[in-house]
Design a protein around this ligand. Structure first.
Ligand SMILES: [Zn+2]
Length: 295
C-alpha cells in the first residue's frame, strides 16, 4: 500500500475540538469510528481535534469511544459529581486496560497493524492512553491520544490515527491549497483510508487466527459492500481475474465507507454535521477567503 511516510511537526497555534455523541441503532448501527457487529447498540463518541499550526491546520483526527458501557459509566460519574451519595454505582473497571505493549501485541498478525506500530516507533510518536477525551493524532506534540477500552480497541484506533500522522503532509498541503473543496475532499479521503485500514487490519488479525474484541465503525458495511462489489464485478465480467475481482471489491468497500463520512451517517459533532460539513465549516471559520474585488 503506497502511502506517504513523511511527517511534519509544527508549533501549536490553537486547538479546537468537537465532541459528538451519536446514538446508533442496530442495523445501520455503526457511525463514527466504532462498529457494532458484536454489540447491538453503541453510543459513539467522536471527537475531532483540529490543531492549528502557525497559520495552518496541522491535523485533524477523530475518534472513538465506547459504547453503551462507556455512556453508562459517564452517566454514573456525572451523577456522582452532581448528587454525591445519591449517585449510582461507579462504572466497572476495565478488565483489559490498554497499554502500549498490550496494544502492540494485539496488532501482531496484522501487517497493517505491525506497520503502524513500526511507524510510531520510527517516528518517536508518543502514545498516550487517556479516557477523558476522544482519540486523535496531535501533530504539534507528535503524539497519538487513544481512548480505548481494551488493547484491541486501542490497536484498531492506533491504525486509524497513524494514518492521520502519515497524512500530515497532505493535510497541510490541502489546507494551504486555498480550496475548500480540496481541503474537505482530502480530509474525507484521509478519514476513509484510515477507517478502511483499521477494518482491514482487523481482518488480517482474524486471518492470523485471532479474534479481535471489537469491530471498527462501518466494518460491517464495508464488508457487505466489498462482497457485493466482487459479486457484481464477477457477474459482469465472467473472465475477470482474482486480482480484478478483489480490486472491484476493495473499491466498493472504500466507496461505502466514504459515503458514511460524507452523507452524515457518521456524525462529527453534537450539531449533527456530517464530516463533510464539519471540515467545510472548519475551513470557513479558520481559513476565510479574501473578499472579492480586493486589490
Ligand atoms: Zn480519523
Amino acid at each position: 500500500m503506497a502511502r506517504a511516510r513523511s511527517f511534519v511537526i509544527g508549533a501549536v497555534g490553537g486547538t479546537i475540538g468537537a465532541v459528538a455523541w451519536a446514538a446508533i441503532a442496530f442495523a445501520d448501527n455503526c457511525s463514527s469510528e466504532l462498529d457494532c457487529q458484536q454489540t447491538q447498540t453503541y453510543n459513539t463518541t467522536t471527537t475531532i481535534i483540529a490543531t492549528v499550526i502557525g497559520v495552518l491546520v496541522a491535523v485533524i483526527s477523530i475518534l472513538i469511544s465506547q459504547a453503551a458501557a462507556a455512556a453508562a459509566g459517564a452517566g454514573a460519574a456525572a451523577g456522582a459529581g452532581a448528587a454525591g451519595a445519591a449517585a449510582g454505582p461507579p462504572p466497572p473497571p476495565m478488565t483489559d486496560p490498554p497499554s502500549q505493549a498490550g496494544m502492540n501485541g494485539a496488532l501482531v498478525g496484522s501487517t497493517l497493524g505491525e506497520d503502524a506500530t513500526k511507524y510510531v516507533k520510527d517516528n518517536n510518536i508518543n502514545v498516550v492512553f487517556d479516557t477523558t477525551d476522544g482519540s486523535y493524532w496531535d501533530a504539534a506534540n507528535n503524539r497519538i491520544v487513544i481512548n480505548a477500552k481494551d488493547n484491541h480497541d486501542a490497536a484498531q484506533i492506533l491504525v486509524h490515527e497513524v494514518n492521520h500522522a502519515q497524512g500530515q503532509t497532505s493535510t497541510t498541503t490541502a489546507w494551504n491549497s486555498g480550496s475548500k473543496e480540496t481541503w474537505v475532499n482530502t480530509m474525507i479521503d484521509q478519514e476513509t483510508q484510515g477507517t478502511v485500514e483499521s477494518i482491514q487490519s482487523n481482518q488480517q488479525l482474524r486471518d492470523s487466527g485471532k479474534t479481535p474484541s471489537q469491530t471498527f465503525p462501518l466494518e460491517n458495511e464495508y464488508n457487505a459492500a466489498r462482497t457485493k462489489g466482487m459479486q457484481d464485478y464477477t457477474a459482469a465480467n465472467p473472465n475477470a481475474t482474482p486480482a480484478e475481482i478483489a480490486k472491484a471489491g476493495d473499491d466498493a468497500g472504500y466507496a461505502r465507507v466514504k459515503q458514511g463520512f460524507e452523507n452524515g451517517e457518521v456524525k462529527a459533532s453534537t450539531n449533527g454535521q456530517s464530516y463533510k460539513d464539519y471540515y467545510g465549516n472548519d475551513y470557513d471559520a479558520k481559513h476565510p477567503t479574501p473578499p472579492a474585488g480586493g486589490p
